[in-house]
Design a protein around this ligand. Sequence first.
Ligand SMILES: *[C@@H]1O[C@H](CO)[C@@H](O)[C@H](O)[C@H]1NC(C)=O
Ligand SMILES: *[C@@H]1O[C@H](CO)[C@@H](O)[C@H](O)[C@H]1NC(C)=O
Length: 139
Amino acid sequence: MFTPVALAFAVVAATASVYAQTLPDNCARTYVVQPGDFCDGISAAQNASTFQLANVNKFIDPLCDNLQPGETLCLGITGQDCTVTTVVAEGSSCVDIANTAGTSLDTLLANNPNVDENCSNIYPGEVLCTAKEVIVGST
Ligand SMILES: *[C@@H]1O[C@H](CO)[C@@H](O)[C@H](O)[C@H]1NC(C)=O
Ligand SMILES: *[C@@H]1O[C@H](CO)[C@@H](O)[C@H](O)[C@H]1NC(C)=O
């Protein structure tokens, strides 16, 4: 059981490192992956939302299990780089998060296109952009 999983992981990782060499030209800031990093941990420490990290680095798979220590990620695109973030706490709602951050629910939803209109899909540890103005584009 261990071997096929390890083999599959190696194939995915090899693919990822090819794409990881190509950073966007308009990358505002970068981060070098450290051993043991996981996406939401990087997002929380670097103030780059869960959506933004995934959207800018499309080679990262949905489970975030293909990060390679030493590879460089882009944390945000110039002009669309939200650096004001909040880590979702257990039991908190989008309204709570928006109020605490001093922003509106509409701005919160616009800045986090991965969050559904009812805010029913956020999870503890997710990192949201909580800027007071709309920063994040959808592409
Ligand atoms: C992230 O934001 C917090 C709060 O503003 C700040 O204290 C911290 O230095 C920021 N970290 C980075 C890596 O920008
Ligand atoms: C949001 O809530 C409304 C009303 O309950 C429902 O009709 C809609 O399907 C919900 N949307 C999502 C994305 O959950």
